[in-house]
Ligand binder design. Structure first.
Ligand code: ATP
Length: 447
């Protein structure tokens, strides 16, 4: 378990505008959340960093943004219609449904093994020993396309973004004149009808994924798999500032692996509820392209001009949820500290992740000369930095505490000395130290 409590994170998210329950005024909807003004900034910063590292810094990884709803044949070919399942048990007494593997405390989804482990278990909701035998349940969300709601118009909300990466493999290869190895990356929403959504934004029914499929010659699979595994680990530490002690490797055994994977390694993060999956690297072999060739009848084989060989590329996948990364970043950054006998909550976010880089205040909001000067500094910083907040609410101590809670690295205060010498007080979030900097060149001092 992490020292940080989930209820503290949830409360901070609600109090400060990071995350709200979806349709809260109607009592919410289990497994759905809305991101508020600060949350959307943090999530965007996370997505931009991933896109930067994955696509912009790479010579051979290209982006796409596919539709959420695709031809349902895609999900038949990918095996999701038949195999995208989780094991569940029903309670005959109270009707509650539970994830069988979670209840049994195992990663295995083998029905025989689960039956054995659950034989004396009581329903966690009503306490009665009235659970059914475990069975599989499909997690894809369905809808209808067009005005007629029948079997011929059924479509699925994508359960992962990878689907339209595979169906665009040939389009991207051709238009970008790409040679193997190359990758296709995508950030977007996915939907999973999770049996028991829980742990705040950790397990939700509408999620956002950042996925990249790397197409390779089959003989490169081991080396490339190791590289993408390492990429995930390094990104978390180097780009997001996550402490290495909060990370762990977890290798899937045969019983845990998804239907498409020949090997899978997850990076686990130490969430408030314990070490859990954050980021998966999977060897999907030629499973997807072969099945899309079979079902669509289109040739997706690769012709290697040097060796004159024709083959189906293998795929190494890197897949991570934006929400799980967001929760990991918040958990990693959350600190409660005692300063001069007072407790403060401080989010020690890497400055490039913080929703606001700087907050600007006049020392007193009823002194027009201070307000005018502070507005000038605010306008200058906003133009040069962008995500800058104006904060003149309450006394200066309260403002610092509020900015600490949302992870703002610097607070700039305009006081009477500013009017004399054009310097401002800059207060550092982590050390709480204050120094005077000149307004001229202030942006460079803050970045
Ligand atoms: P889990 O075992 O936790 O259900 P999974 O192994 O099914 O996850 P993948 O299919 O590998 O997950 O999905 C890739 C990534 O998408 C995960 O590593 C995770 O970050 C994210 N993800 C998957 N399911 C959810 C969910 N229900 N809510 C939030 N994020 C999710």
């Amino acid at each position: 378990m992490s020292d940080v409590k989930m209820e503290d994170i949830i409360s901070l998210c609600k109090r400060r505008g990071f995350v709200f329950p979806a349709s809260e005024i109607y009592g919410g909807l289990a497994g759905f959340y809305d991101y508020g003004p600060l949350g959307v900034e943090l999530a965007n910063n996370i997505k931009q960093l991933w896109w930067q590292a994955m696509v912009r810094e790479s010579d051979n990884i290209f982006g796409v943004d596919g539709a959420i709803i695709q031809n349902p044949k895609l999900w038949e070919a990918s095996g999701h219609v038949a195999g995208f399942t989780d094991p569940l048990v029903d309670c005959k007494n109270c009707g509650a449904r539970h994830r069988a593997d979670h209840l049994a405390g195992t990663d295995s989804t083998d029905l025989k093994e689960l039956k054995e482990l659950l034989k004396d278990k009581a329903c966690p909701t009503c306490g009665k020993k009235t659970l059914t035998e475990p069975r599989f349940y499909n997690m894809m969300m369905k809808t209808w396309v067009g005005p007629i709601e029948d079997d011929s118009s059924v479509a699925y909300l994508r359960p992962e973004t990878a689907g339209s990466i595979f169906t665009n493999y040939e389009n991207v290869r051709e238009t970008m004149r790409a040679k193997l190895p190359f990758g296709i990356a995508q950030i977007g929403k996915a939907f999973r009808n999770e049996i028991s959504p829980r742990d705040f934004i950790f397990r939700v029914r509408e999620l956002e994924q950042m996925e990249m499929q790397y197409f390779i010659k089959p003989d490169m699979q081991k080396e490339v798999y190791e590289n993408w595994r390492q990429f995930a680990w390094n990104f978390l530490i180097e780009r997001l500032g996550i402490a290495e002690s909060n990370l762990q490797w977890h290798e899937h055994d045969e019983k845990e692996r998804a239907h498409y994977a020949a090997a899978a390694h997850d990076v686990y993060f130490k969430y408030p509820q314990g070490f859990k999956e954050l980021w998966g690297t999977h060897n999907r072999t030629d499973f997807d392209l072969s099945n899309h060739m079979r079902v669509s009848g289109k040739d997706l084989q690769y012709f290697d001009e040097e060796t004159k060989e024709r083959f189906t590329p293998y795929v190494i996948e890197s897949s991570v949820g934006v929400g799980r990364m967001f929760l990991a970043v918040l958990t990693n950054a959350y600190h409660e500290e005692e300063i001069n006998g007072e407790t403060r909550v401080v989010l020690k976010l890497a400055p490039h992740l913080a929703p606001y880089r700087v907050a600007v205040s006049p020392l007193l909001k009823n002194k027009p000369e201070l307000v005018v000067k502070a507005r000038e500094v605010y306008a200058m910083l906003k133009k040069e930095i962008g995500n800058v907040m104006w904060d003149d609410n309450g006394n200066i101590g309260k403002r610092y505490r509020r900015q600490d809670e949302i992870g703002t690295p610097y607070c700039v205060t305009i006081d009477f000395q500013t009017l004399d010498d054009n310097t401002v007080t800059v207060r550092n979030r982590d050390t709480t130290a204050q120094e005077r900097l000149k307004i001229e060149g202030l942006t460079e001092g803050l970045l």
